[in-house]
Design a binder for this molecule. Structure first.
Ligand SMILES: Cc1cc2nc3c(=O)[nH]c(=O)nc-3n(C[C@H](O)[C@H](O)[C@H](O)COP(=O)(O)OP(=O)(O)OC[C@H]3O[C@@H](n4cnc5c(N)ncnc54)[C@H](O)[C@@H]3O)c2cc1C
Length: 258
């Protein structure tokens, strides 16, 4: 595990590991997620809490074990949004349904709510208490659930996060463009940028700086657009008139495809 990274002369960086080992590199790619240890070399930006916390859980083998929920969710994603809360689901390739129980709440909620997420039975009941008057089919997404509960507070870097070129180092994935999952693009962008960075390095085998500059020039505007979309989608999802904003968005997508 990387504990610290120190800039040296000539675009080199020394990487220090928790084991006590160190190594020096001429190309450092910080792909170490939201709380990147590499990012401070390039930028002072810090992730900001977006006012929403999720609890992630799963309905396994949903068609067989949870047919009513499976029928409700359908083949893709489902958003049930109201009262600054949400039950958001998507189908996974292995037959499970991922369920996100979403609340507009404080940054400290995960620890201050008093919910012990490891005591899943009691925690599930406490989460149901946030949805007392929701339809039983929706409450079943929490109640009928039989797996772990994983709390996730939602953070993002500022929209348009970028940095000046500093020799020998760049960022990739959430380290570069952490955004809320409400555009569904964080992992997609990370994979795309991994491929594009590799292509840029192959195209400029003897000139790392040109490769990094070209990678960043393409990725910055694309990340900015997706981060803005993610913020906007999160905002409409928890607005007081929800689900109207999401309905408008879906109508817009349908019109574009139409
Ligand atoms: C609830 C939720 C739902 C999401 N849904 C979607 C979706 O539908 N579609 C989508 O495209 N994206 C989605 N995302 C976003 C997606 O999960 C991230 O954008 C993606 O995981 C980013 O990949 P990454 O490799 O940059 O970072 P990470 O997945 O965070 O990986 C970083 C890696 O670096 C390692 N690391 C961290 N610190 C150190 C260190 N100091 N030393 C060594 N190693 C370190 C970590 O162990 C980890 O392996 C979602 C995110 C959340 C929270």
């Amino acid at each position: 595990k990387v504990t610290n990274v120190v800039k040296q002369e000539g675009g080199r960086h020394e990487v220090r590991l928790a084991s006590g080992e160190t190594f020096t590199t001429t190309l450092l790619i910080g792909a170490d997620g939201a709380w990147s240890k590499v990012r401070p070399l390039l930028s002072d930006a810090q992730p900001i809490y977006l006012g929403v916390s999720l609890v992630e859980t799963y309905l396994l083998d949903a068609d067989v074990r949870h047919p009513e929920s499976a029928a409700l969710v359908g083949r893709g994603s489902m958003f049930a949004l109201s009262d600054e809360k949400g039950l958001i689901t998507h189908r996974d390739g292995d037959g499970r349904i991922t369920v996100y129980i979403a609340l507009k709440t404080s940054e400290q909620w995960v620890t201050s709510s008093g919910i012990d997420f490891r005591a899943t039975e009691a925690a599930r009941q406490q989460l149901l208490n946030h949805f007392p008057d929701w339809d039983d089919q929706l409450r079943a997404l929490i109640a009928a659930n039989d797996t772990e509960l994983i709390p996730r507070s939602i953070y993002a870097l500022p929209v348009g996060h970028h940095w000046e070129r500093i020799p020998g180092v760049t960022l990739l994935g959430d380290a570069a463009h952490l955004m809320s999952p409400f555009a569904g693009e964080g992992a997609n962008l990370a994979m795309l940028y991994g491929a594009e960075l590799a292509e840029a390095l192959l195209a400029h085998p003897n000139d790392v700086e040109t490769a990094l500059a070209s990678y960043e020039e393409t990725s910055f505007p694309r990340s900015e657009a997706k981060a803005a979309e993610a913020n906007s989608n999160l905002s409409v999802s928890f607005r007081s008139d929800a689900p109207q904003g999401m309905l408008d968005l879906m109508a817009q997508y349908a019109h574009q495809e139409g």
